[in-house]
Design a protein. Sequence first.
Length: 181
Amino acid sequence: MLWLIRHGESIANLGHKTDNPASIPLSENGIVQAKEIANNFIIKPDLIVTSSYIRTLQTATPLIKKYPDTPVETWDVHEFTYLCPKTCVKTTTEERKPRVDKYWEKNDPDYIDGEGAESFNQFLQRVQNLINTNHEDKFIVVFTHELFINACLLKKSIYHLSMKEFFENKAKIKNAKIIKF
């Protein structure tokens, strides 16, 4: 059994300027959401997984404290970083929007925006790697990100969407939402 949990609300979700995708912390509300996730767990996971991004570890921390003997691992389930992080320092989501729109309009699944970014195809390979993990006999809880969860759902479906269609049709997954995969 595999559960995908989107991290709690981050300061970027609130429109704050950020420096690096990996270091964006939770907001005060995100910390509350993380505690609510742990409080609602009644089944002990066999494994707790986070991405390398701090907000997933912050979201997982109350669950880790609740089940301290459950192993914790960091997997390659971080958010799809399609814009070069160096070009996004001290910007908000709104300020990046024209570049985001241009990226998705380009519709080139092999395009890499710069150092620290990845192509859409590289991202989908990371998603496939998670799907290929043996989770049939274990209860694995993965704290991850919205686009990563969307790509998992897409890979599980029968639909084969282009990169642009993926972006246009992605589901809005609320912070701290649990998806039973």
